[in-house]
Design a protein. Sequence first.
Length: 166
Amino acid sequence: MALVGIVMGSDSDMPVMSKAADILTELGISFEMRIISAHREPDEFFEYAKTAEERGYKVIIAGAGMAAHLPGMCAAIFPMPVIGIPMHTTSLGGRDSLYSIVQMPSGIPVATVAINGGANAGLLAARILATSDPELLQKLKDYSASLKDSVVAKDARLQETGYKNY
Ligand code: RP5
């Protein structure tokens, strides 16, 4: 059974959603990835959201763009955490997606990450799961340490080469 459901409204969302999948893969977290449109196939969407809990999901990562109702409607039905990823859009720069996802009514929360924030969505799902998984928690601590190491290495290179040759 998959612990995380990754769902997106269209395959055009894949470049962002794959970043969440990459993080979960790196951390050894099982997930199931689906393309399901709340607007274009409402019956399939409701079936997906209603059966998510029995399929073993503990977290859903939902990404959508424009009038982005997919994450909020997942949260309306699925009783555990839903993380929303607003997609960048050409007409409104992703503000349409962001506002659609972040402005949830009281009682139905969606944890919204940045526009195109696929990697952080994966990490947030991992952090939620790590609250009851010490082994995963250690992997997340190691991941954070690796981020620090990469910044230290960049600064060392800057000091060595100077900014003009960086
Ligand atoms: C949303 O509409 C999808 O999440 C996507 O971000 C956006 C555009 O979809 P396509 O027209 O590219 O299929 O439902």
